[in-house]
Design a binder for this molecule. Sequence first.
Ligand SMILES: *[C@@H]1O[C@H](CO)[C@@H](O)[C@H](O)[C@H]1NC(C)=O
Ligand SMILES: *[C@@H]1O[C@H](CO)[C@@H](O)[C@H](O)[C@H]1NC(C)=O
Ligand SMILES: *[C@@H]1O[C@H](CO)[C@@H](O)[C@H](O)[C@H]1NC(C)=O
Length: 442
Amino acid sequence: MRVLQLGLFLALASGFAAISIYITGLSDPFVYPSYHLTDEDTQALLSLHDTFQKCVTANGLGLKATRGTDYCQTTISFPSDTIPKWRDPKTGELEALSFDFNLCEAVATWEQVRNSTTILTKEFIDSLPNGWEEYAWRRINKGIQLNHCENKTLCMEKLSLVLPETPPYFPSQFRRCAVIGNSGDLLKTKFGNEIDGYEVVIRENGAPTQNYTDYVGRKSTFRLLNRGSAKALDKVVELDEQRKEVLIIKTTVHDIMNKMIREVPIKNPVYLMLGASFGSAAKGTGLKALEFALSMCDSVDMYGFTVDPGYKEWTRYFSESRQGHTPLHGRAYYQMMECLGLIKIHSPMRADLNRVVKWVPSHHIIRAARIASEKLLRRVGAGSEDPLAACSIIKKQVKRNLNAVSKLRKAALDHLRLCCWEASNPMIYKIIRLFTFSKLCH
Ligand SMILES: *[C@@H]1O[C@H](CO)[C@@H](O)[C@H](O)[C@H]1NC(C)=O
Ligand SMILES: *[C@@H]1O[C@H](CO)[C@@H](O)[C@H](O)[C@H]1NC(C)=O
Ligand SMILES: *[C@@H]1O[C@H](CO)[C@@H](O)[C@H](O)[C@H]1NC(C)=O
């Protein structure tokens, strides 16, 4: 055992030679030496708004976008005859018919997601300043009792079954991915074959495929789990006959889960998600699943989210009712994502696989607007309006043996080279990975 551990240590020590970390806030003066927006910057943001508005009108089934008072804000509105059906359980208020979004923040943050890893790794915790004391316990159920991982061995033990050393997935690793929500709408259109045609299919919580394959397909590559589903891991694995699905847990690791993984035993890979923060717009499993997909897929298509007018937000395709939340807000946010070129929406009213999303801003516009946004956010970030202001972006350099990633497809390697690698010798690449994360933001 000792020998094995030593061997492992040596392998790690040589494989991951130097790890250096630096943390930068959004206000890192070295990244953008000037606060000043050039004419091109403002032009880029105006072009983005212009095309974005046309896109929302052309594809939003009644939604409308208008530019707010600054270069960033957009307001997405529903037609005035829309009848909101969801009430805030705390205030009893009906949901609003228009929502403000910050396009600058959206283009900048989603770009980071596309260049980041969204699986929690040991390497990540180790590289945070006080990662075990300040962060790791938050990913363990009842972690507060662990006294900031006073006993690090105990914390490591609790996380060990779900904590890979290094990221198992990379940006652009997959070509075409589909994220399948659980909306009752799915039973209106036979999307099954179409869904099975994707390279990767991501499902959520307890969604079955058996008995519904005409509508939802059979393929299942990943499954994103909320707290409730994660506690019933033994039931969840039965949903996939192949027992190959990779299970991604949004919340925390739980003793019950560890016991099941060991004793059932559960052979599927199980990981914890490491996500970015998108503020209140984006709490649900749906958005997390899209985030996860965008961190590893070239294109992301979305099915089974209630995104058509006349929504029925409280039905699932496989069970009667559920507790819905902010369906109109969600619908507006997904439309924003589609009109930023991040995803393509499929729904009963948009059932043509080859539907062209009209007026999506070009890569050129998005890129220019992102550069302008990064400058602006840095200024805005000093204020309190920006939910990302309190967050840090961690840039981490890891020297990594090329063998670890050499089986990736070319597009993924190219992406890594451009975004994150500096070759130092032919076999060792320095990977600079960006992380944004929510748990440490406040
Ligand atoms: C820390 O946790 C480990 C693993 O559960 C346990 O064996 C050890 O006794 C603990 N150490 C202390 C000082 O409590
Ligand atoms: C599929 O239908 C059969 C027969 O009605 C039933 O026994 C089974 O539980 C169903 N499976 C799921 C996942 O609902
Ligand atoms: C993300 O990666 C691309 C290369 O694929 C690079 O051009 C871009 O600058 C990166 N963006 C960020 C925010 O690091």
